[in-house]
Design a binder for this molecule. Structure first.
Ligand code: SF4
Length: 447
C-alpha cells in the first residue's frame, strides 16, 4: 500500500478539494499519512491569488528535490490554481515533479499517480470541462461542520483577480447532488454546512443563461438554500462568498426567512467609491451595495456582516478611500479582511493600470480601517452581553482545555466552563456574561 501526503495552500476551496481528493485516493487503496517523510506520493495543492503564494509553493516544491534524490520512487504532484496557471512550465522547470493537474482534473489524479508509479511517466492534465461540474463529494468522517462545494469558477473578471483564469468559468452542481451530499453528511453527524463557491450567489446562473431561462428575479441559490433547509439533522447553513450583483429580493427573502441560514453574511465590498469599483470591474455601485445590506437588515435586523476591502487600488485618492471608510462606518462590520493592493501578474489591472499609491499611504489607510473595524467589533460584542444565544458546541478550547468553546448562530466564538452533560455537537443556549475583542464568555442557560 502506498502512502500519500497532501500539502494545501490557500483558501477554503483548496482545503475542500484536498479533503475530497484524500477520500478519493483512500477509496483507491492509498493511505494518508501525517508527514512528508512517510509519504510515497507528495501532492501540493497550490494557490495563485498572490505572487507570494506561488513563490512559497515553488520554494517548498524546490526543496523536495533532496527528498526525491534520497528516494527516487517518490511521486510528486502539483494540483490547484498554480498548476492550472503555469501548467507544463512546472514540469519543465521542476524536474522532480511527476505530474501537474489543473483545477478541473482532480478526478484524474489517481490515473496520473498510476502513470508515474508504473511507467515513471511525467504528465500534465489541464483541461477545463466546459460547463461540466466534475465534483468529488467524499468527506472525512465525523465532521461537525462540513464544507460543501456547490459551484466553481467565476465569470466576473474583477480586474485585480486571477481566479477566473485559474478556476475557469462558472459551473454549478445540480441541487439534487448537493442535497444528497448534505443528507449523507447529516447521517454521519454533521450539524453545520459551509457552502463554498467563488461567486456563490451566481449558483446556476451560467446554466440558466445557456438555457435562456435567466431573469433578474432568478436565484437558484435561494432554491438551493430552501432545499438544504429541509435536510433533517442539519441545524445550520452558512455560505461564502456572495456577489452583490446576484443578491436580488428572492435571495434576500431566503436568507432572512429560512431558520437554518445563519444571520451573518460575508459580503465583499472591496471599495466604497464608484470610480474605483468601476476600475475594479465590480459591477455595482456603493449605493447598490448598501441597498442590499439595508434590504437584509430590514427583514433580519440582528444580521452581522463581514467583508473584504482593498485599500490603495490603482489611482485611489484619499477622498476615494474616505468613501470606503464611510461604507465601513455605515455597515459596522463584524469582521473584515483588509488588503493593501498589490499587483498580481496575469490580471487586467496589472496590464492596464498603474499601482501608484505609495506603500506608506496604503499602510496608513489600512491602519485607519483596522481601527474602525476594532471599534465596531467591540461594539457588537458589548451589545451581546446579557443576551442568550444558541451555541453549537465544538469541544475543548484549543488555547485553554479547561474551557470549552462553540460558535453562536452569528459566528461568534463563545467560551464557557466545561460542564458535565455537555457534548460536542450539542446545540445549547448560553447567556453571554462578558466579552473581549475576540470572544464572548457565557454560562449555560438552564431555563
Ligand atoms: S468575484 Fe471577482 S474577486 Fe471574486 S473570484 Fe470572481 S473575479 Fe475574483
Amino acid at each position: 500500500m502506498l502512502n500519500f501526503y497532501i500539502k494545501t495552500y490557500g483558501c477554503q476551496m483548496n482545503e475542500r478539494d484536498s479533503e475530497a481528493l484524500a477520500c478519493l485516493l483512500e477509496a483507491r487503496g492509498y493511505r494518508e499519512v501525517e508527514t512528508e517523510t512517510e509519504a510515497d506520493i507528495l501532492i501540493f495543492n497550490t494557490c495563485s491569488v498572490r505572487d507570494q503564494a506561488e513563490r512559497k509553493a515553488i520554494g517548498k516544491i524546490g526543496m523536495m528535490k533532496m527528498l526525491k534524490d534520497e528516494k527516487p520512487s517518490l511521486v510528486i504532484g502539483v494540483i490547484g490554481c498554480m498548476a492550472q496557471r503555469l501548467g507544463s512550465q512546472i514540469l519543465a522547470e521542476l524536474p522532480q515533479v511527476d505530474f501537474v493537474a489543473g483545477t478541473d482534473q482532480l478526478q484524474n489524479v489517481p490515473n496520473l499517480i498510476a502513470e508515474a508509479v508504473t511507467r515513471h511517466g511525467r504528465s500534465a492534465a489541464l483541461e477545463m470541462g466546459p460547463g461540466v461540474f466534475r465534483e468529488l463529494d467524499g468527506h472525512r468522517p465525523g465532521q461537525l461542520i462540513a464544507e460543501v462545494s456547490v459551484m466553481r469558477g467565476c465569470d466576473q473578471f474583477c480586474t485585480y483577480c486571477v481566479v477566473p483564469y485559474c478556476r475557469g468559468r462558472e459551473k454549478s452542481r445540480p441541487i439534487e447532488a448537493i442535497v444528497d451530499e448534505a443528507e449523507r453528511l447529516a447521517a454521519g453527524g454533521t450539524k453545520e454546512l459551509l457552502l463554498l463557491g467563488q461567486n456563490i450567489t451566481a449558483y446556476g446562473v451560467a446554466e440558466a443563461r445557456k438555457a435562456g431561462t435567466y431573469t433578474p428575479e432568478f436565484s437558484a441559490f435561494a432554491d438551493l438554500l430552501v432545499a438544504l433547509n429541509e435536510v433533517k439533522g442539519i441545524e445550520r447553513i452558512r455560505f461564502t462568498s456572495p456577489h452583490v450583483r446576484f443578491m436580488n429580493d428572492k435571495f434576500v427573502e431566503a436568507v432572512t426567512q429560512l431558520p437554518k441560514v445563519c444571520k451573518c453574511f460575508h459580503v465583499p465590498v472591496q471599495s466604497g467609491n464608484d470610480r474605483i469599483l468601476k476600475l475594479m470591474h465590480r459591477n455595482y455601485t456603493a449605493k447598490e451595495y448598501l441597498d442590499r445590506i439595508d434590504a437584509i437588515r430590514a427583514k433580519a435586523p440582528e444580521t452581522l456582516f463581514s467583508t473584504d476591502i482593498i485599500v490603495g487600488f490603482c489611482s485611489e485618492t484619499r477622498q476615494e478611500f474616505e468613501d470606503t471608510h464611510e461604507v465601513m462606518r455605515r455597515v459596522g462590520y463584524d469582521m473584515a479582511y483588509i488588503f493593501r493592493y498589490s499587483q498580481r501578474s496575469g490580471t487586467k489591472a496589472a496590464e492596464t493600470l498603474t499601482d501608484d499609491v505609495p506603500e506608506a499611504e496604503k499602510h496608513e489607510r489600512n491602519q485607519i480601517l483596522l481601527q474602525e473595524l476594532n471599534e465596531s467589533v467591540a461594539r457588537h460584542n458589548a451589545q451581546m452581553i446579557g443576551q442568550t444565544v444558541p451555541v453549537l458546541i465544538e469541544g475543548p478550547s484549543p488555547r485553554n482545555p479547561k474551557r470549552w468553546c462553540g460558535r453562536s448562530d452569528r459566528n461568534k466564538m463563545v467560551l464557557f466552563d466545561a460542564t458535565p452533560g455537555l457534548k460536542v455537537g450539542d446545540l445549547r443556549n448560553f447567556r453571554i456574561e462578558r466579552s473581549t475583542e475576540n470572544a464572548l464568555y457565557g454560562t449555560l442557560d438552564k431555563s
